[in-house]
Design a protein around this ligand. Sequence first.
Ligand code: IVH
Length: 671
Amino acid sequence: MARDITFEEAQKRVEELRKEIDRHNYLYFVLNAPEISDQEFDALMRELIELEEKFPELITPYSPTQRVGEQPSKEFAQVQHPVPLLSLSNAFDFGDLKEWDERIKRQVKNSVDYVVELKIDGLSVALTYENGIFVMGATRGDGYTGEDITANLKTIKTLPLRLKDAIPRLVVRGEAFMPKAAFNRLNEERERNGLPLFANPRNAAAGSLRQLDPKITASRTLGLFVYEVFMVKGVELDTQWRVLDFLQKQGFPVNPYKKLCSSIEEVYSQCKEWEEKRWELDYDIDGLVVKVNSLEIQKTLGHTSKSPRWAIAYKFQSEQAVTRVKDIIIRVGRTGVLTPTAILEPVRIGGTTVSRATLHNEDIIREKDIRIGDKVVVQKAGEIIPEIVSVIKEERKGTEKVFSFPAKCPECGSRVVRFPGEAAVRCTGGLVCPAQQRESIIHFASRDAMNIEGLGPKIIEQLLEKGLVKDVADLYYLKKEDLINLERMGEKSAENLINAIQKSKSNPLSRLLFGLGVRYVGSRAAKILAESFKTMDKLIEADIDELLEINEIGEKIARSIVEFFKEEHNLKVIEKLKNAGVNMSEVSSEEVLPFKGKKFVLTGKLNSMTRNEAKEKIEFLGGEVLSSVSRKVDYLILGKDPGSKYEKAVSLGITILDEEQFLELIEKSKK
Ligand code: IVH
């Protein structure tokens, strides 16, 4: 079709096509809202390429065909920035922000509005447009002189080659970055090809933009956000908010998460919010940038030689650090899994000292090729335990030792096995293995399980060593005298511990079930199971099909439960728990507990039970026991020789029950 077309017709069509292609590019890459299919887009591109081939004189540097047009260069040319690219001073907490805000207010003698933007962790670039056409892109360099990376920047699909308006001259600043997903893909590919890995997306972006061959840059997915106008002719702008709006209207990718704030408190709450939410983004941010909104006030405030006074970076605490692997040890968990852990030279990450990192399993050590003595990048992400991101292989000295996984359990010497399809290596020692005994009791007593206050790992270890307990049921047969002889245990703490153990007897079945540590049964599954079966006996009798009928219970959990209750030693433990008086049933959270929302106060001595037992009963039925009488209290339970609480309750007109009435109330509510 291009054959019979005249030059003038081609010129017109080429322009139309370029406008169309730019528009669809923007819709696809910036707005994520394509209007045409990939095939239709390719057809437009093909038509343009054909016309440009026929009439090469029509090719312009801003044509979408020229995103990867240029030949590799030998070196980057140096470019002088028209305005120095300053950096920012940092704030690390609210105090720093407040101080900065006060200084501004003192100078301006008024309050000011701020724009809060995400601080993209990438590479700062300056982009120059002449008559609306992209003519040059440069790195920041030392702030005064950068490198001309125009050809590479053109390969970024979201960078507009031509703006909406033919503005005579416009210089903007933005940040080029690599999205996390692209970074992971790139590193996986490099790993397959035996190439060194990039430590983080920022380094990968920098490495990609500093390629002398733009084809390599084009093969890497890079993103861009533009946030500043340095220089503009022919456009009046008065606030940063309007600057962002203007940039967006001209076709630049502008980060959508921006906020106009009228106080520094509001600014800080944005900072805190993003400190949590940053993990949801597909690109790294290392903080937020706070800018005075009014450009006129910005001008009055001016800048120092390094940074503007009208902006500040609120920096998140760093989540990565470099350190050395001193050793690799194996820990045996509750279910017998051998987990390798790296012992690190202590290093500060994000406000805490890290000296260990999980290595997950045998395969990860091999895949990442982590050796004892290696220098590594360690990361702490959110709440997750620190892990090793990568090894800095270039710094190996040759003395590093390859770790070999043990063939025997380091705690009990039993054989270890690795089931097909599983990454985990397990000890076959079962409850003979002291590590499994210890870990299973620690789990049983933990907060989300039986929540036995004061029963921590140190005490559990001593109880096991002295032979006072072998399994979780033995805990309920402990006496105060057994405990007093333990290290750092006095009369009072022994009594408290016994009370805490006794109190845990009235926990609902779901806690007990979770505490028993059945494989794959987490606290949520335990709750679902307990609510469906109501009692331990019914659950023990359940077969696979019955279990699978329950919503959210899949094959893996169902099988694991059936297997667990087939084991004679597990049934024995449950029997022992039952005999000790541990509750084996669940009151569904949908059923209303009879004492729910009711507040009780106990006074005087009861005949049929201790005060503690009374408290347990009330709590089991959903009530709460308070230590003093106030208007909030619903019932005062009156024993022999009551104290002043009695008079107070009378004066406040609170319902008073004697022991008999209290027992009746319990009986009635049980029904
Ligand atoms: S404004 C003169 N805004 O953070 C003010 N910078 O040291 C120029 N950055 O080098 C910076 N996101 O590369 C600004 N929304 C944002 C930013 C941002 C990332 C980078 C920029 C600068 C560094 C601060």
